[in-house]
Design a protein around this ligand. Sequence first.
Ligand SMILES: *Cc1c(COP(=O)(O)O)cnc(C)c1O
Length: 493
Amino acid sequence: MKYESTRGNHELVDSSEAIRQGMVPQGGLFVPVSIPKIDLASLVGLDYCALATKVIGEFLTDFSKEELAEVIGKAYQSSHFDNEKVVPLKMINDKVGILELFHGPTAAFKDLALQLLPHLLTLSIQKQQLKEEVVILVATSGDTGKAALEGFKDVKGTRIIVFYPKDGVSLMQERQMVTTAGSNTAVIGVEGNFDDCQNMVKDIFGDEDFSSQLSESGFELSSANSINWGRLVPQIVYYFHAYNQMVENGSIAFKDEINVTVPTGNFGNILAAYYAKRMGLPIKTLICASNRNNVLTDFFKTGRYNRKREFHKTSSPSMDILISSNLERFLFHLLGDAEVVKLYDGLSEKGEFSIDDAVISQINKIIESGYADEDEVKDEIRTMLQRDNYLMDPHTAVAMRVYKKYCEKTGDTTPTVVDSTASPYKFVKSVYDAISGVNSDHDDFRLIGELKEISGVDIHPALKSVASLEIKHDSNIKIAEGRQMIKTVLQID
Ligand SMILES: *Cc1c(COP(=O)(O)O)cnc(C)c1O
């Protein structure tokens, strides 16, 4: 399997090269040149690791089956994921299952990809015979930073340095990051907001002088953000696993169709479901759920993508996004590289692009979309606990509410998987306030015990002890001090 650029501006590469580079240097994302078909019957009865080895093996063909099986076994071992199914499907009635993607070490679905990516990256480096130690730079607004830290912690041949906006992440998120152990980790608070942090990191990536200084000392920079193919491919697996669980629990017969509802930000998770569908998983409709930042809902309704709009801070911050990077891959598969170049030139020049009505109606046959506002999210969290005895986080609540609105509108009764992307204990205050109907003055750590009392749901093991863990990282810098900080961490000069 070879990989090409969505913008036709790179030669074909192997998967290990696509993973090592992360994105196409001149702009564009790596995509597989074709989407392999898989025999559904061959996946029946497989456990998560065996299933992952099969599905991922279809895409990463320059890795041997043995190599993949070994790293997949490490990534999803029971000391990392606190559920034997890795991604358990909880049926709330005979038609709707919630796919819990938050049983990994940081309680967010990003663990599914970031527990495996470091291994794929180190194997890729070996295959490419690079001698340098790889330094992963991450700018984070919260979830990605901790998931990447846990993934890369103590992985041989790698260092990870995470920059986060000092006053721009939740108390729980900050504490999760600064208590990370591991001899190769660094976590740095930056004076500024997330955009400042991200721009600083991008600026460092583009600085050739700095790169060659690092390279002389034996280091090479790389990135762990969601446009890396190595982060997308592990996510395809859990859609097959969810399907198998629906067959096993009798909600569907083998080969029956299902729908999938995904709380969407950067469009990676839902794109993975689209790849699963193209591989042969019987998915009828993909339901794309947004919060108030509903740029995607508007796009799927009108064909016009317009990022020039007000940015809303919501209770589902991981979906507060106006440029959904992975949409580019989806459009490539429908339209080809020449059209993608036109569209994305338009996006960077004018902040918008449009596609034909004919294409939009083609897309609407596969994707339905909708959004939920803040009141609806609160109401959904409260209702789900009262009526279905299920405690959900705000991202999951967006998906559930959008799914219910879809059912009301269409009358569709197809059995459906709703993705749950974070543990409710990661967003304690939002969840607590939604359930109690008041705006509590207390912080996440004060409310976590009360939330457990009200809901009866066990606290995610990764979050239970966060407040009492030793703080291991306390460096804070100004934007201009980024390069020097990296040198200090790497003990250069
Ligand atoms: C990252 C994230 C999302 C959005 O996923 P995309 O793949 O970017 O669409 C949704 N929920 C949570 C909790 C996340 O961390």
